[in-house]
Design a protein around this ligand. Structure first.
Ligand SMILES: Nc1ncnc2c1ncn2[C@@H]1O[C@H](COP(=O)(O)OP(=O)(O)OP(=O)(O)O)[C@@H](O)[C@H]1O
Ligand SMILES: [Mg+2]
Length: 330
């Protein structure tokens, strides 16, 4: 692998050609900043992928199957595939991948993520002919498994068009006062800078699925990581809920809450400045063209992409208003 510092846009393009896979070499503008800051653990080519060894354990959730792998140096990875065959479900992998790229570029504590083309094979891939995402396995335990994990909740709750029915059946109706950046989410997030960054990231990517299984805590390093961005941009604006909640906070803010909101605002401003809806949407288009070119002929998949783009644009506008409010307030 080339040292990252020597990778310029030109050498990157030629490397991508050499490996014959522009689909996994992130060849976009987003990535220039990503590469300049981070040393990639390996060059992800088809052979490297097929050489990863499967580790025991597999989890299967509502939408996805997750398996664990390891490379020759003992680094561990998580492979995620979507269960349903339909193209409108499969393309959500692209959204999860693009969102992870945005987060890594902005130094949010989430796992580095690669897109795995349908044709690439590894015995750990439960659906041989489906695409996948491969993530670095972050250290630690999910919050739900920790003794006092229940104390912290940075879940900015919201319904999505796709999850409303499931949510109401399982948890009941969600009142407006429980949605978005509630005072209790604020009080949890100020326990750690990683949590503040994750909350700001979720507000920006409209992720209302940061429940206890999707936060990992590493007690050795005292770090938190977010995983699972499958639900990003699937809702009406989470930023609008943050805006409303913050305006409605009853008691005056403590100095720690204020400090927390200052960091939250900084992260939001960075994301808002660098990741416009045009940039994110064009990244999604580019990856769709590479991995799911057939989506253009599929009405459901096209509708889903349009819906995501609408959510991206609406939320971005609400993030702008939220930034204005916070700048006045603190
Ligand atoms: N990058 C990661 N590092 C460590 N563990 C991970 C990572 N990604 C996933 N896991 C583990 O795998 C489990 C399932 O992964 P994930 O939350 O992404 O999918 P899911 O909840 O099954 O799917 P979805 O919500 O997309 O239907 C997590 O709860 C966690 O235990
Ligand atoms: Mg999950």
């Amino acid at each position: 692998m080339l040292p990252v510092q020597t990778l310029t846009t030109e050498s990157f393009a030629s490397l991508a050609q050499q490996y014959g896979t522009a689909r996994t070499f992130e060849d976009s503008s987003l990535v220039t900043s990503l590469l300049s800051r981070e040393v990639s653990p390996f060059c992800l080519d088809e052979t490297s992928f097929s050489n990863l060894k499967q580790l025991p354990g597999e989890t299967s959730g509502d939408d996805a199957v997750v398996t664990f792998l390891e490379d020759a140096e003992g680094r561990q990875y998580v492979l995620k595939q979507i269960k349903l065959d339909s193209l409108d479900e499969q393309i959500s992998l692209i959204k999860e991948y693009v969102v992870a790229k945005v987060g890594k570029a902005a130094h949010i504590p989430i796992a580095k993520t690669y897109m795995i083309p349908k044709e690439w094979q590894n015995s750990a891939k439960p659906y041989k002919d489906k695409a996948a995402i491969l993530q670095i396995k972050v250290p630690g335990k999910i919050l739900r498994e920790l003794k006092d994990g229940g104390v912290i909740s940075i879940h900015q709750k919201n319904y999505s068009k796709y999850t409303k029915e499931m949510w109401e059946t399982r948890f009941g109706v969600l009142s407006p006062s429980e949605k978005g950046l509630t005072r209790s989410v604020l009080q949890s997030m100020i326990q750690h800078e990683d949590l503040i960054k994750l909350v700001a990231f979720d507000t920006f990517i409209n992720n209302s699925d940061r429940s206890a299984p999707n936060v990992i805590y590493d007690d050795k390093e005292d770090r938190y990581y977010g995983i699972d961005h499958f639900s990003a941009f699937s809702n009406r604006s989470l930023a609008a809920h943050a805006l409303r909640q913050i305006s409605d906070y009853k008691a005056p803010l403590t100095s720690k809450e204020k400090e927390g909101l200052v960091t939250y605002l900084e992260v939001l401003k960075t994301l808002h400045k660098h990741f416009t809806p045009e940039k994110i949407s064009s990244e999604i288009d580019k990856m769709l063209a590479l991995h799911f070119p057939e989506y253009e002929k599929n009405e459901d998949a096209k509708d889903r992409v349009q819906f995501y783009k609408k959510m991206i644009a609406e939320n971005y506008e609400d993030v702008r208003k939220l930034i204005q409010l916070l700048e006045k307030m603190i």
